[in-house]
Design a protein around this ligand. Structure first.
Ligand code: CIR
Length: 260
C-alpha cells in the first residue's frame, strides 16, 4: 500500500526562466508568452497554497529552459525520494540543482544513476501502486533501477507503455483519488488501468488529462468545459488555471510541481 497519494503538505515549484520560450516541444505552435506564463504560474502556486500546503518556490534557472517542469526531476514518495535521470539531454543538469532541496526534505534520497533514463512525468503513484510508462524519455533500464529502489520500501511498481507520440504517461492521465483515474480514451484503451475506476476526458479535450489532485482540489488546465463539468458531476472540486503558454512546450498541471 502506498500513501494516500493526493494528500500533500508540501510542494516544490520553480519559477519559469525567460529562456522557457526555447523549451522543448514536439511541434511548433508558437512562442510562449513569458509574461502570461508568469501570471499563470503565480496562480498555480497560489492555488496549491490555498489548500494549506507549504510551497517551496525555487528561483528561475536561465540555463535550463524546461526547468519550470520540476516534476520530471524527482519522484517524491511518503518515506523516500528518488532523483530522476531525464531522457532529454538538455534537461539532465536540472536534477543536480534540485537535489539539495530534496535532501533537505527527506532522510532517504536515492538517485537513478543510469545507464537508464526516467522522467517523473512518466510516473503515476496511485493508492495501491506506482505505474510507470516507458516512453521516449523513460526506458526499461531506468524502470528496472527505480523498481529495485522502491520495492525495498514495500512499494509495488508496474511497468506500462506511454502511447506513441505522447510525451509522458501523465500527459494522458492523472489520479483523482486513491482508486479513480482521469484518462484519455486512447490511454485507457491500452488496458493499463484495469481494476481502477476510470473517468474519460471529453472527445477533443484530451489535453485536460494532465491534471492533479492536490488535497481538496482537482487542478486542471482551463478551457476544457466538458471535462470540467463531468468532474464536477462526479463530486470533485475543480480549480482551473490558464495553461495556454506551457501547453506550447508540452507542459501541464502535473509538470509544474513536486508534491509530497
Ligand atoms: C519537455 O519536453 O521536457 C518539456 N518541454 C515539457 C515537460 C513536461 N513535463 C511533464 O509532463 N511532466
Amino acid at each position: 500500500m502506498t500513501n494516500p497519494s493526493f494528500e500533500f503538505a508540501h510542494a516544490i515549484t520553480r519559477k519559469p526562466a525567460k529562456s522557457v520560450i526555447a523549451g522543448l516541444r514536439a511541434e511548433d505552435t508558437g512562442t510562449p508568452d513569458f509574461a502570461q506564463m508568469e501570471v499563470d504560474h503565480a496562480a498555480y502556486v497560489a492555488t496549491l497554497r490555498e489548500t494549506g500546503a507549504t510551497v517551496i518556490e525555487l528561483p528561475a534557472l536561465e540555463e535550463f529552459p524546461d526547468s519550470v517542469f520540476v516534476e520530471d526531476d524527482a519522484l517524491c514518495l511518503k518515506d523516500l525520494a528518488i532523483l530522476m535521470r531525464p531522457g532529454a539531454p538538455s534537461r539532465s543538469g536540472e536534477v543536480a540543482l534540485m537535489a539539495e532541496t530534496i535532501r533537505a526534505q527527506y532522510d532517504d534520497v536515492f538517485e537513478i544513476k543510469g545507464p537508464g533514463f526516467i522522467e517523473g512525468g512518466d510516473i503515476l503513484t496511485t493508492g495501491r501502486e506506482i505505474l510507470i510508462g516507458k516512453s521516449a524519455r523513460t526506458d526499461a533500464a531506468g524502470v528496472a533501477e527505480l523498481r529495485a529502489i522502491v520495492t525495498t520500501f514495500g512499494y509495488s511498481l508496474r511497468e506500462v507503455q506511454t502511447p506513441a507520440d505522447v510525451l509522458h504517461f501523465k500527459t494522458d492521465c492523472s489520479l483523482l483519488d486513491g482508486e479513480t483515474i482521469l484518462a484519455t480514451k486512447r490511454l485507457d484503451a491500452s488496458g493499463c488501468f484495469e481494476g481502477y475506476r476510470v473517468l474519460h476526458t471529453a472527445d477533443g479535450e484530451e489535453a485536460a488529462a494532465n491534471a492533479i489532485r492536490f488535497n481538496q482540489f482537482v487542478i486542471m488546465a482551463a478551457g476544457f468545459p466538458k471535462t470540467a463539468e463531468m468532474l464536477r458531476r462526479n463530486g470533485f472540486v475543480i480549480r482551473e488555471i490558464n495553461n495556454t503558454e506551457c501547453a506550447k512546450i508540452d507542459g501541464g498541471m502535473s509538470c509544474l510541481s513536486l508534491r509530497f
